[in-house]
Design a protein. Structure first.
Length: 252
């Protein structure tokens, strides 16, 4: 599943799942643009990539801003000549009861988690079309509806991630004639900052024991391996799919 001579953009890549994907892409041979709205840690990820013999570039980007997204993709094209792979990973998850949600909470979640993926995909696809080849990988979630599991205190997050899956399916149909595959990854419980509220509430261990047959949390590296496959030539006949990677949660 080599990605030599491929150029990838990963959003929300300074830590967690995004960092795991960026490092996995680089390990497979891709040059990687490490993008994040937060200035901290982006360069550290690039340094890890370069220390392993790869190529990386740190870029600040707020994915809710069309101008910044256009600058991100345009800058990647100017630096590397093209964008072959886009991983829409940037996202936020703030646990909050439904009756306490404000319109601002709702708007922020939809802006980052869904609008951001739309803007990045549109900008990247315009470059990919020129070469009739591309891979767009959207990060959804097991918390996205239609899987038989509800997630209290995450109404805004689950709505946005359900939208990501719908976006993925529609884009796969429209972009397939241009040689662009569009798929989504739906992580389960992954060891990142996002699950800290569950750890602080003391409910995480019980959740793992009750719902995850593998008996452990997933890791960013687990997601990275799947992302590399979906970015590779070996996944050519897969588009419009959501691949849940959850340690067996949905099988229980």
């Amino acid at each position: 599943m080599g990605l030599e001579n491929k150029y990838a953009v990963v959003t929300g890549a300074r830590r967690g799942i995004g960092r795991g994907i960026a490092l996995a892409m680089a390990s497979a041979g891709a040059a990687v643009v490490v993008s994040d709205v937060d200035k901290s840690d982006r360069q550290a990820v690039v340094s890890e990539i370069e220390a392993a013999g790869g190529r990386g570039l740190a870029v600040q980007c707020d994915v809710t801003s069309k101008d910044q997204v256009d600058g991100l993709i345009g800058g990647a094209v100017n630096t590397f000549g093209k964008v072959d792979i886009l991983v829409n990973n940037a996202g936020i998850a703030k646990f909050k009861p439904f009756l306490e949600l404000t319109p601002e909470d709702w708007d922020q979640s939809l802006a980052v988690n869904l609008r951001g993926q739309f803007l990045c995909a549109q900008a990247a696809a315009r470059d990919m079309i020129k070469r009739k080849w591309g891979r767009i990988i959207n990060i959804a979630s097991i918390a996205s509806g239609q899987v038989g599991i509800g997630f209290p205190n995450l109404t805004h997050y689950t709505a946005s991630k359900g939208g990501v899956i719908a976006l993925t399916e529609a884009l796969a149909i429209e972009l397939s004639p241009h040689g662009i595959n569009v798929n989504a990854i739906g992580p389960g419980v992954i060891a990142t900052e996002m699950i800290r509220p569950l750890e602080e509430a003391g409910t995480l261990d019980a959740l793992i024991k009750a719902r995850v047959p593998k008996g452990r949390m997933g890791t960013p590296e687990d997601i990275g391996h799947l992302a590399v496959f979906l970015a590779s030539e070996e996944s050519d006949y897969i588009t419009g799919a959501t691949v849940f990677i959850d340690g067996g949660w949905l099988a229980t």
